[in-house]
Design a binder for this molecule. Sequence first.
Ligand SMILES: [Fe+2]
Length: 346
Amino acid sequence: MPRSEVAYLDFSPEQSKAITFASQTIADLGGPEAKGVALQARIFADQLEQALSEEQRALLQRFSEGQLSALMYRQMPCANEPIPEYLPDISALAQNPRCQYLASRNQLLLELVRYRSFAFDIDNDGKQVRLVGNFKGGGRVPRLDEDPCLEVETSSHAGLRLGPHTEAPYNCSTLSTNANSPAPSALILTARWNPANEPTNVFPLREIIERLGSLDTLALTSTSFDFTRSDCFAHGQGNAGKAVSMLQFEPNGGFSVRYNSYRFSLNERACSAAARAFDSFQKALDNARPLAFVLQPDSALLINNSRALHGRDMVQDNRRLLIRQFGYSPFAVPLVLAEDPLLVRG
Ligand SMILES: [Fe+2]
């Protein structure tokens, strides 16, 4: 019987208190964007690890070794706060103590699986923390300031549906190639507000790949696929890609996938076997039922960006605000531009 692709780690009240203290201390030091905070998060994660049960440690280890598609941390209660009438301005949110606290907790929870929080130079203004919310329109209900004639970008700063994808860049996983750092090994998400309980969808890929024929699987490892540039990259930076693979083996026996349902297409020189494989993969994905995770401030979701796709439906309640960071596994070798906080070439 194959082991489950997802796991839940429920903290005890004692453990949760320690997490609150550590997260608040990290936030008071300036949060994930501040120098020295990564080391402090590492120290707190080591202390916290001592207080975990053997079972909890085993779950963390499974994620660390890349054997899980997703790990949800639960039972981290936060003080209640009212839900505002409208989503506040993004620059005010970035400075907000509650957002800082949740981002600091994300960093601690990344360190628990020994992943390093980092940012790309070309994405999100080089910031570690991404606020995921409908700031630019495209949700089910228009924003007050929304111009219905303007085209909305397909990114996590808008309200559009985001089909299944791994996070960019799509050039490589784990090791850098051609002056590109690898895709994030993982992302971690928590919610500040999610009044309509809108889920984050996760599509574990092991089963989908195992169901493909062996020749299809092999064809996905060929450099037969193109991708378009991400809308969230800084102006004039980050490129579209040509002739990349979607799937690769990893030295630890696992695999990595790079794919985006709204950015990937078949390269013009792809052979018919690659075309068939691409088609089969997309059909299998269309028929896959995602796992739905509803985030609230008392939970956080780690998604393995090599082993699972994620996505979401159109935003229903514009006050939904998620807080996201990227993490590199101990196996990832990025092109480092600054060590602390970790900034890498995109
Ligand atoms: Fe995403």
